[in-house]
Design a binder for this molecule. Sequence first.
Ligand SMILES: Cc1cc2nc3c(=O)[nH]c(=O)nc-3n(C[C@H](O)[C@H](O)[C@H](O)COP(=O)(O)OP(=O)(O)OC[C@H]3O[C@@H](n4cnc5c(N)ncnc54)[C@H](O)[C@@H]3O)c2cc1C
Length: 304
Amino acid sequence: MESIWAVVAEGMSAAAVVGVAQRSGLPVEAYVFGDSELANRVASYGVSHVHWWSDEQTLPETLAMSLASRAKEDMPTAVVSSDQATSRVLLGAIAVVVDAAVAHGIISVAPSDGGVKVERYVADAEAVEVLCAPGPVVCTIADGVAEAEPAATPAPIEEMEPEQNGSIKVLSTNEEGEGANGLQDAERVVGVGLGVGSKENVALAQQLADAIGAEVACTLPLCDNYHWFEHNRVVGTSTQKISPRLYLSFGSSGAPQHMTGVRAAKVIVAVNTDPEAPIFRECTYGIVGDVSKVLPAFIQAVSK
Ligand SMILES: Cc1cc2nc3c(=O)[nH]c(=O)nc-3n(C[C@H](O)[C@H](O)[C@H](O)COP(=O)(O)OP(=O)(O)OC[C@H]3O[C@@H](n4cnc5c(N)ncnc54)[C@H](O)[C@@H]3O)c2cc1C
């Protein structure tokens, strides 16, 4: 029987990945890599079955090879996942082994005339491009697609054995590395751009973040040109994508290369002195104002 795979390796995009898979009209087999909470959440979205690997004893790279072999046996019509690092590792292996077509940033996928049809936005989302492939398609979803809703009955969860297939293994762990900074899982993020203007204001941004339990992110020039942040704090095209519930942006223009990394945030609040700044076209709430004045006002407001 035809089916579609939803591969979920990141919590923030789980509902969106399943949502796109469900709208194909095919039964959705979910392949989850993460903790039990993530597996339970995916099971609640009305999928047929959840195959769950805990990320405690399995590397994404070893899982990738096993998932690819399974995909070769099952030959799903399509495989859908998010455009984030772990998912891309899993999808890459599957695509090669099943000889699938690949498509990124899709908004829909469905069987069509014996093949597969996918749609995605082009021209700044002013048009929808329709692509078709004769065989299976492996795809990443676009930001902001409709999410799956919880279903009445949760799907069965099958806990899978850890994958240690020898394709790759950890040799050592350098504890002096930059380390995880929590940005990928953060519910709230305070983002700063060049308009932050001074290290004193960066400290205020950190103070605000501490007060609301947020992580701090930045635009590329604050790392590359000013070295005020480590590279793992930069968000955007060439770095990382995040999807917090709240993104508070102080002094960023809203360059496309930065916005690609934050567009999946549920609510974006932007502060900028320039009323014409592009970020005001993409935010949920905009404040035309000076970071030096608005940041202290935010800190005062949240400390009440
Ligand atoms: C190939 C490529 C990849 C890139 N990848 C990334 C990436 O991954 N991430 C990324 O961030 N960028 C990336 N960039 C850079 C990107 O194009 C922009 O240059 C960058 O995001 C702009 O950063 P910014 O908004 O901090 O600075 P600017 O664009 O200079 O904007 C500063 C803003 O601050 C406002 N401002 C000034 N003073 C104040 C004040 N006192 N109070 C409030 N607002 C004020 C200004 O009005 C302005 O809008 C990439 C560029 C290229 C070419």
